[in-house]
Structures are given as C-alpha cells and as structure tokens.
Design a protein around this ligand. Structure first.
Ligand code: BF8
Length: 638
C-alpha cells in the first residue's frame, strides 16, 4: 500500500487512486518530476532569462544592480516582453496550425479528393461563406467548400487589407477600435513570423511596442480558433446537447479501450465513425464489450461534443489513464501530449500511437494520418489497438469506479436553439431580459488546463460554485470543461444544488422549454479550447442586441489552472476583447514592473479588459463578481 498522501495533488478521487497505484508500482508521474525540478529557477520564473542570442544566456538579477542589463543592453522589461510575445506566437502557431490542417481538408473535400470528409453541416458552410462575403446562391456545397477552404488558407499569409476571419466575428465597435490601435494582424502566419523577427537580437526593445505586437499576434490566435471551430462544425457537424459520462470509470473491464488524445478531430472523429465496424474483431480477441473509445484533452472534447464520447481524463492526469492498466492504446494527434506517456506505457501493454508528422514521440508506434484514406487509416489504428488487448495483465489492471454523468454539446447554435423554444421570434430576448432583471447577474467563461502547480480541479470547482451561487451563468471549454464533468457540475442536479434562485429559475425554464425535462446543467460545456470562439459568438450576439460593446458587458473570464502557451494567447485576446480575465498561474512576467502594469492596468484603459492575478479562488470569485457588478452599474442595471 502506498503510504504517501496524494490528496493535496488533486481533488479528483480517481486520479488520487491512480497516483497511489503509480507509487506502489514505482512509476514516475508528472507530479514526481515536478517535485524533482523544485525549486524551479527563479530567473526563468520571473521571465528575466534571455537566450535569444549566442552572447547569452543572460539573466537579470532584481537584487543586484550590477546585473540589470544583458550583454546587449536589454533590461528586464525588454527581456520579459520579448519572452512573453514569443510565447504568444507559439500559442498562435499551434491553434492556427490546427485550423490550417482543417482548411486543407475542407478544400480537398470540396475538390472530391478526401471522400471520407463530406460536408456534414451544409447550413453552417453557407453561413460561414456568407460571413466571408462568398456568394452561395445556386452553388453546390462542394463548390462553396472550395471557396471557403481557399479563403481560410488565404488568411495565413500577409494581405493588403486586414480582412481576417476574426474581423467578421466581433462587434463593429471592437473591429474599429482594434484597427485604430493598429493591432489587426495582416495575416496569421505573417504575424507569427513578425514576432520572431521583432524579437531577434538587436530589434524591438521598446516594451509597449513589443506588447502591442503580442496583442496583434493574439488576435491572429483568435482568428485561428474561430476558423478551427467553424471548419470542424462544417466537416463533422455542429454540436447539439448530448448526455455522456466522465472520469476514469468510463474505461471498461471487457472492452478494447482506446483513448483519443490531442486536439484535432481530423482523425479522432473518423475513428469514432468507424469503430462499430470492428466490434466483431474486438470480440474475437475476448473483449466481450467490443470497442470503447474515450477522450483525453481537447480532441476528447471534440468527440464528446459531437458524439457523446465519454471523457476519461484531461491534462495533468493524462498519465493516469495508462496507470489503470486497462488502456489498449492512446492515439495522439498534436499538442498537450506528454512525452512521458511512452515510458509509462512500457510498464503496461498500452500502445502509444502517434499519427501526425509534426508530433512524434520516442518509443511510440507511428501510424501517420492519411486523409485520402482516412477511414482505412482509422481502422488500421483500431486494429493495432485490438491486438494489444490480449496482452493486458489483469493483475495490473484497476479501473477506478469513479464516473459522473455529464451533459455537453452546447454550441452557440444549440444555446440559441434552446432559447428559441422560449421565444422563437427573438431567441436572445429571454437571456437579455433575465440579465437586465438581475436573475442572471453576468456570465463567466472558464477556460484552460490543469497545472501541476495547483491541486487539480480545486480552483475550477470552488469558483464555479461561488459564482453560480451569485447567479452568474458559467460556461466552460477545454480541460476546464473536463474538470466540471469529473465533479458532476455538467448536470441539472448541480443546477438545483448550487445555482442561486434567479439563475436556477432561468436554467429550469429554458431546459424545460427545450424538452430536456429539467434545468440546463449548472455549467454549459461549449467545447474544446479553440471553441472559446463559441463563447465570443455568444457575447458578441448579446452585445449587438444590447447595442453596447464587449467591454461593457457583464462578462468575465477565468483560466484558473492554465498551463500552455496557447492559454497565454487566449488570455491575451480575451483581455483585448474587453474581458477582465483571471489567472492563477502567472506567466513569467513578474520580473518586469512595466509589463505587469501594461497587462493589468494600461490594457483596461485601452481595451476595457485586463488580467487579474489572484491565487485564492474565493477571492478571485469575489473580484470577478465585483467587476460584473461594476459593469452592470455602467449599463444602469443595478
Ligand atoms: O487545448 S488540451 S491542457 S491547452 S485545455 Fe490546456 Fe487541455 Fe491542452 Fe487548450 Ni485544451
């Protein structure tokens, strides 16, 4: 028996049990590696280490005035700003790389070259095309798909006119303001490249100029996120409410358990589509329950939203899915996949199957995605996973019995559809009326990951309960959505238990009108990280309806356990879009007073949004609630 107490690492019981199992089996986890790395480098934590040129690395010592400049003369402010915007560029490249992959698939789908990717949502295709100014009348879907695909790919290079995907999806006021401030990117890849240029040795060292470059890049991240959501819906269907289950208890004793992990539905969705064809093959090796596909991280969110595929786990606890001993394969695409997975898999029978040319892992089996024959490729991967089943060792298998019911699938369209059951003429009116009357005080979007530095899920759960008690409508994306799923907050029961009276009445009225037989869940899961764009769409619709701008709405955001560079990009565009945005884990910026001031104060004057750093989840909830009340006063709603 493990003698270590893991309750401080995670709020999730299933993860805690698997941490005990890892300890017993002497398997090193992300928490162990973090402890071994501690204390972490103070210079790196403050962001004052520069290794951009070969005369470095240099570091600034805040306590030694003789070490206040690097070899080239860059001071702490410049070094922090350069490091930060390079992180934003990496996040942008990741989200938009995902979108670019989908844009290629859409184009080839339209050309008839990718037969396994038909247009699933023709209405959305036409809506997106119209938004981009593409004529749709009298055209076949395939023709429109080609034009939308080309328009999407055109967004990546530098354009004469800033006409980004993003510009057509925000309020007119915001588009105008961002144009005036000169932060609308000319192209997605071009701004990523520009960031690398301006941060090169001997270039931009003026701090506010660097940060405005970062803001411009973050807006390209937003464009990439929105594009990824739009094209995923067109190719795989726009999500509708689904009921499913979450946590490690979704793994089945007698099934071939396959986890899809990463971000892009390009392969995971196809695997879900073809899995039933291989049920007999799975049964022939003794898996009487057939094939059980489960999700990890955001590709898990994609198939959860569209197919109700259960979520096994997310983010910091991804290794624990393998430690159950019941996972035949982890099939990865890209982003947020730990390189440690292959070492842990070596202790069991689990196969780690990588599928993307840009994301291989040492020790994994590589079976590259072939979009021209996507279904065959997906079947080959499933067959490979089935082979592993007979090697499962029952003595090393322990599936925790923890699982919860979860409702997800709340795309913008699904939310508007539910509201239209209350008022078919004017679907947003019930929401606006209830905000005006104070039954709903405001909206908070929870986004982001889990982070090994924070007790897993603690901040999400504490903050959502606190905000909902104060009648704040809670939306969630990414691994945050997973946290709420694991703890039962994506359910009508949670609404009855935790929502304030006003919020409960509204969620009940909408849920019943929409035929759900009860309230909407306490937290509405709107999708993966790129689907933060869905939350923007909802906020933009509300702002347009009220005739105000985003930075006046009682809408706030929180990334209380964020980890990745992508999360930094998202946080930056949320702030630029006017949202007060809470973070718990502060990116490496504390070495520069000037950068901190720009992000927490000056941004409020420029954009209306700003970062709030607060480690205590209850205090953070209060700060967000105060901001909502201040904005309500601004709209004369108090
Ligand atoms: O894509 S999977 S760890 S980065 S939250 Fe965070 Fe989770 Fe990654 Fe956003 Ni989604």
């Amino acid at each position: 028996m493990s003698r270590k107490d893991f309750s401080g690492y995670t709020k999730d019981k299933a993860t805690e049990k698997m941490l005990e199992k890892s300890d017993n089996e002497k398997i090193q986890t992300i928490w162990d590696r973090y402890e071994e790395q501690s204390p972490q480098c103070g210079f790196g934590s403050l962001g004052v280490c520069c290794k951009i040129c070969l005369q470095g690395p240099c570091r600034i010592d805040p306590f030694d005035e003789n070490l206040s400049e690097g070899t080239c003369g860059a001071d702490a402010d410049t070094i922090v700003a350069r490091n930060l915007i390079r992180q934003i560029a990496a996040g942008t490249a990741s989200h938009s790389g995902h979108a670019k992959h989908l844009a290629h698939i859409l184009l080839k789908s339209g050309k008839g070259e990718y037969k396994d990717y038909p247009i699933k949502d023709s209405e959305k295709l036409k809506n997106v095309a119209s938004r981009l100014g593409i004529e749709t009348g009298g055209k076949e879907d395939s023709e429109i798909a080609i034009e939308v695909g080309r328009a999407a790919l055109g967004e990546f290079s530098e354009k004469e006119e800033a006409n980004l995907w993003a510009a057509t999806t925000v309020t007119e006021g915001m588009a105008k303001k961002l144009t005036e401030l000169g932060v609308v990117p000319e192209g997605i890849d071009s701004i990523v490249s520009e960031i690398m240029h301006r941060t090169h040795y001997g270039n931009d060292s003026e701090v506010s100029n660097l940060i405005m470059g970062g803001v411009k890049c973050a807006l390209a991240d937003y464009a990439g996120c929105h594009m990824a959501t739009d094209i995923s819906d067109i190719l795989f269907g726009t999500p509708k409410p689904v009921k499913t289950e979450a946590n490690l208890g979704v793994l089945k004793e007698s099934a071939v358990n396959i986890a899809v992990h990463g971000h892009n539905p390009a392969l995971s969705d196809i695997m879900v589509q073809v899995a039933s064809e291989l049920e007999d093959e799975a049964k022939s090796v003794g898996a009487s329950e057939g094939i059980n596909i489960v999700g990890i991280c955001c590709t898990g969110n994609e198939v959860l939203m569209r197919h109700g595929i259960p979520s096994a786990t997310h983010s910091v606890s991804q290794e624990m899915a393998i430690v159950t001993g019941a996972l035949e394969a982890v099939v990865t695409d890209y982003q947020c996949v730990l390189p440690s997975l292959t070492k842990i898999a070596d202790c069991y029978h689990t196969k780690i199957i990588t599928t993307m040319p840009t994301s291989k892992i040492k020790g994994a089996t590589h079976m590259e995605i072939d979009e021209e024959n996507a279904k065959d490729c997906a079947k080959d991967i499933i067959k490979e996973s089935i082979k592993a089943y007979k090697n499962r060792n029952p003595e090393k298998t322990n599936i925790p019995d923890d699982k919860t019911t979860a409702y997800a699938g709340f795309s913008t369209e699904a939310i508007v559809d539910a509201l239209s059951k209350v008022n078919s003429e004017d679907p947003l009116k019930p929401l606006i009326d209830n905000i005006a009357e104070g039954n709903i005080q405001g909206v908070c979007l929870f986004a982001g990951c889990n982070n090994v530095k924070i007790k897993q899920d603690e901040n999400y759960i504490t903050m959502a309960k606190e905000l909902a008690k104060n009648n704040i409508l809670v939306l969630a994306t990414g691994c945050g959505g997973g946290a709420f799923a694991r703890h039962g907050l994506l359910t009508p029961e949670a609404t009855n238990e935790y929502a304030g009276e006003g919020l409960k009445n509204v969620l009940t009225a909408v849920g019943e009108a929409a035929g759900l037989g009860g309230p909407l869940p306490l937290v509405l899961h709107v999708g993966s990280c790129v689907d933060n764009s869905r939350a923007v769409d909802i906020a933009v619709a509300l702002a347009n309806k009220l005739g105000v701008d985003l930075n006046q709405l009682p809408v706030v955001a929180s990334a209380p356990e964020s980890t990745t560079e992508k999360a930094i990009s998202i946080g930056t565009w949320a702030v630029t879009g006017g949202l007060p945005t809470h973070v718990e884990v502060v990116p490496p910026i504390l070495g520069s007073k000037e950068v901190v001031k720009l992000l927490t104060q000056t941004s409020k004057e420029l954009f209306g949004g700003y970062f709030i750093a607060e480690p205590d989840p209850l205090k953070a909830s209060q700060l967000l609630y105060d901001e909502i009340k201040e904005r309500r006063r601004g709209l004369n709603l108090e």
